[in-house]
Write a protein that binds this ligand. Structure first.
Ligand SMILES: C[S@@+](CC[C@H](N)C(=O)[O-])C[C@H]1O[C@@H](n2cnc3c(N)ncnc32)[C@H](O)[C@@H]1O
Length: 315
């Protein structure tokens, strides 16, 4: 068995995992938390706004809804802090010593998320820069576009931050690698280590079409579907010895699980929303078949797609 999908609340499902059982966490959580609460997801689905903004059509092509993190109230921010503190605590419990955590975030809230992960006892290691041209920021003053046509309220956002954390361990890295199979990051090749600048683009059309067609009522793809190239890059780096289990507690349409599967790694995905969960069930095997550069690497043969591995050392 290569992957398991759970429909449920990540905090409850992760309680069932054993202590020190997971090798790595690779996840794209709800950045501001409130945007994926049921009421807001319903507003996004029926196009009635709320925290979600529907960007104007560009060149006749429809844009995906974007959550507006500038409208979070102080209560929303406190909710976010509690959410990420619990996430950090739970992950600290289930991760093996030295296990890595990759968490997607946003410029506006990364400091809040990071503080909670620090306080939960995880060790901050880096912030990855994923180059990606988004439609956030860059707007002229609302209602005064013409008067101030050379002014934007904030920069146009052209990169996405990914926090890198590790569960602390004692002693030397080589001992931790031997005892737990964790602590380091897999290199891209003998010559090149994994780097913190991820050259990337937007999610390819082929992948959004797969997620679109996985929608149980023929609706839209998940609004935050991540590209396979990026997710495989991260999953590849996360298992230094190419063995172990990766979890994504907020899997959406399942791009992390698909990436782990394509690399021949065991993984577990959790999703609270029924529609997104059903999309993941359908989309994961198809996204896993998409070809990217990562699985063409020299060491790919040793992680071997189709390797039959059980999750027996997981629990
Ligand atoms: C940013 S999206 C992930 C998108 C995903 N990376 C993909 O490529 O499809 C975050 C997901 O977390 C889910 N979520 C939010 N709170 C959750 C919770 N407590 N437990 C499990 N899933 C949750 C949301 O429903 C949403 O689908």
């Amino acid at each position: 068995m290569g992957y398991e999908l759970h429909h449920g609340n990540a905090f409850e499902v992760m309680q069932e995992f054993g202590e020190n059982s997971v090798h790595a966490v690779v996840t794209d959580p709800p950045y501001g938390v409130v945007e994926f609460e049921t009421a807001n997801v319903e507003k996004m689905r029926d196009g009635s706004g709320g925290v979600w903004r529907i960007p104007p059509e560009l060149d006749g092509s429809e844009r995906k809804p974007l959550p507006r993190f500038t409208v979070l109230s102080e209560d929303d921010k406190q909710k976010l802090r509690n959410f990420f503190y619990s996430f950090g605590e739970t992950v600290h419990e289930v991760l093996r010593p030295g296990g890595h955590v990759f968490v997607a975030t946003t410029q506006l809230l990364m400091h809040e998320v990071s503080k909670q992960l620090d306080e939960a006892g995880l060790e901050r290691r880096d912030v990855l820069v994923r180059e990606t041209k988004t439609l956030r920021g860059g707007d002229r003053p609302k209602g005064a576009h013409e008067e101030y046509d050379m002014v934007s309220s904030m920069p146009r956002v052209w990169w996405e931050p990914w926090l890198v954390y590790r569960k602390p361990f004692e002693g030397r890295l080589q001992d931790n690698l031997e005892n737990w199979g964790t602590g380091g990051l897999r290199r891209e090749s003998e010559e090149r280590p994994f780097t913190d600048l991820l050259e990337d683009g937007k999610t390819p059309k082929e992948e959004t079409v797969i997620a679109d067609s996985a929608h149980p009522d023929g609706g839209e793809a998940h609004p935050s579907l991540k590209p396979q190239y990026l997710m495989r890059e991260l999953c590849h780096a996360a298992l230094p010895l190419q063995k172990g289990t990766i979890i994504d507690p907020f899997m959406g349409a399942g791009s992390t699980v698909a990436a782990a599967d394509a690399l021949g790694y065991d993984s577990v995905g959790i999703e609270i929303d029924e529609t997104f969960y059903e999309m993941a069930e359908e989309a994961v095997p198809k996204l896993s078949e998409v070809e990217t550069e990562v699985e063409k690497r020299e060491d790919f043969g040793s992680s071997a797609r189709g390797r039959s591995q059980s999750l027996s050392d997981f629990s």
